[in-house]
Design a protein around this ligand. Structure first.
Ligand code: ZN
Length: 373
C-alpha cells in the first residue's frame, strides 16, 4: 500500500489523482518539471502495485499573467495558450511523463465555475459585490496552519489582495470577478466576468471526479492560498471532507537560494538539459531529493546524475540472464525491498541504493518503474 506524507493511502478500485497544471505562458522550467515528474512517479508506483490510476491535469488558460503575456505577444489569449500548451506537451513527452487521462482547460469550464459560485451563494458561503462573487474564507488560513502575516504576503503574491475594500473580510477570495475591457470575459447573472483561479481548479476537479479525490499533486508554493481555497470551496459546496485524501506538494526548486521563477530571471529549461544528457539522467536529477524537500539546483548535479545512471545500468546487467514472462524468476528480497521503499512515501533514494547494491532484477525493476531506461 502506498503511503504519502507518512500516512497510508489505501485505494479500493481506481485511484483518482488531480495534478495542478500549468498556466501556459512560458517554456517548461525545472520547477515545473520536478512537480510533474514526481507526480508521474506516484502514478507509476501505484500502477506497478496493481492500482489503476486516473490522472487529471488541468490547464489554467484563463489567468491574468497569461492575458498580459498574450497581449505582449500581440496574440489572442486562447491561441497564445494553445501554442504554449503544445510546447508543454512536447516537454512532458520528452521527460517521459505518462500521458494523462483528463486534461481540462479552464476556459471550457466557465459554466461549472458559475454553477459553483451560484451554489456557494445559495448556501451562504459566498456573497456578491459589484459584479464579483467572493467566497467567505475565514478559517481557511488557520486550517492550513499559516500565520496571518505570511497569509497576507502569499495572498498578495497570487493576486488575492487582502486590502480589496469590496470584501467583507481580508480572507475572502474571488470565485468570480468582473472583466475589464480587453480581458477575457463571459456572461453571468453577476455581469460579464471571469473565474477566480482557485474556483477554476475546484470546478475542474469536481466535474472530473465528483466531490472527492485520492491524491492531489502540485508545487509546494501552491499549498496556500491556491490549494487551501480550492479544497475549502469544494468542501463548502459538497459537504464532503476531505476533498483530497492526500497531498503531494513537491518542494520548490531554487537557484542560489532564490525560487526558480520567471520574475527572478533564473529559469533553467528542461529542453536545454535534454539536449546534452539522456532523459534518464534528467529524471534522476529531478528525483535526487525527497519530493517534499526544497532543492537547490546546481549545474554539476546533472553530471552526477548521469554518472549514477551509468552505475545503475551496469548494476542492472550484472547478472547474465535477463528473463521475462513465465521464465521470469520470483522477485528477489532486494527487488521486493526496493518496491517497498517506493511505496513508502516514494522513497526513491532508498530504492536506488538497493538497486545499485543488489543489481540484477532489483535494479531493472527500479529503472523500469522510475522510467530511467
Ligand atoms: Zn490548481
Amino acid at each position: 500500500m502506498l503511503t504519502i506524507g507518512r500516512r497510508p493511502l489505501p485505494v479500493v478500485g481506481r485511484a483518482r489523482m488531480y495534478v495542478c497544471g500549468i498556466t501556459p505562458y512560458d517554456t517548461t522550467h525545472l520547477g515545473h518539471a520536478r512537480t510533474f515528474v514526481w507526480a508521474d512517479v506516484a502514478v507509476r508506483v501505484l500502477r506497478h502495485a496493481g492500482v489503476p490510476v486516473e490522472v487529471c491535469r488541468n490547464v489554467t488558460d484563463v489567468d491574468d499573467v497569461l492575458t498580459s503575456a498574450a497581449r505582449r505577444a500581440g496574440s489572442p489569449y486562447d491561441s497564445f495558450a494553445a501554442v504554449q500548451q503544445f510546447y508543454f506537451d512536447r516537454d512532458m513527452a520528452a521527460l517521459r511523463v505518462h500521458p494523462v487521462t483528463y486534461e481540462p482547460r479552464a476556459h471550457t469550464y466557465v459554466p461549472q465555475v458559475v454553477a459553483l459560485a451560484r451554489a456557494l451563494l445559495e448556501l451562504g458561503h459566498a456573497y456578491e459585490r459589484d459584479g464579483a462573487v467572493y467566497f467567505r474564507g475565514s478559517g481557511v488560513r488557520e486550517r492550513a496552519g499559516i500565520g496571518a502575516e505570511e497569509a497576507a504576503r502569499l495572498m498578495a503574491e497570487f493576486g488575492d489582495h487582502q486590502d480589496d475594500l469590496r470584501k467583507d473580510d481580508p480572507a475572502d477570495v474571488a470565485v468570480w470577478r468582473p472583466s475589464a475591457k480587453g480581458e477575457p470575459g463571459w456572461p453571468s447573472e453577476w455581469g460579464e466576468g471571469r473565474p477566480g483561479w482557485h474556483a477554476e481548479c475546484a470546478a475542474m476537479a469536481m466535474t472530473t471526479y465528483g466531490p472527492a479525490l485520492d491524491l492531489h499533486a502540485g508545487g509546494a508554493d501552491l499549498r496556500f492560498p491556491h490549494h487551501a481555497y480550492e479544497a475549502a470551496m469544494a468542501e463548502a459546496v459538497t459537504g464532503v471532507r476531505p476533498f483530497a485524501r492526500a497531498w503531494l506538494h513537491v518542494g520548490v526548486v531554487r537557484v542560489d537560494g532564490a525560487k526558480m521563477a520567471k520574475s527572478a530571471g533564473n529559469l533553467v529549461f528542461t529542453t536545454d538539459l535534454l539536449r546534452h544528457h539522456p532523459v534518464g539522467a534528467v529524471r534522476l536529477l529531478l528525483l535526487g531529493h525527497p519530493w517534499a524537500a526544497d532543492w537547490d539546483y546546481r549545474p554539476d548535479g546533472l553530471e552526477e546524475a548521469a554518472a549514477r545512471l551509468e552505475r545503475l545500468h551496469r548494476a542492472a546487467y550484472r547478472t547474465a540472464a535477463y528473463r521475462t514472462g513465465a521464465d521470469r524468476p520470483a522477485a528477489s528480497a532486494g527487488e521486493r525491498a526496493a518496491v517497498r521503499a517506493l511505496l513508502d512515501d516514494l522513497d526513491v533514494a532508498t530504492a536506488l541504493a538497493i538497486a545499485e547494491e543488489e543489481g540484477g532484477q532489483a535494479a531493472r525493476t527500479v529503472i523500469a518503474v522510475l522510467a530511467l531506461g
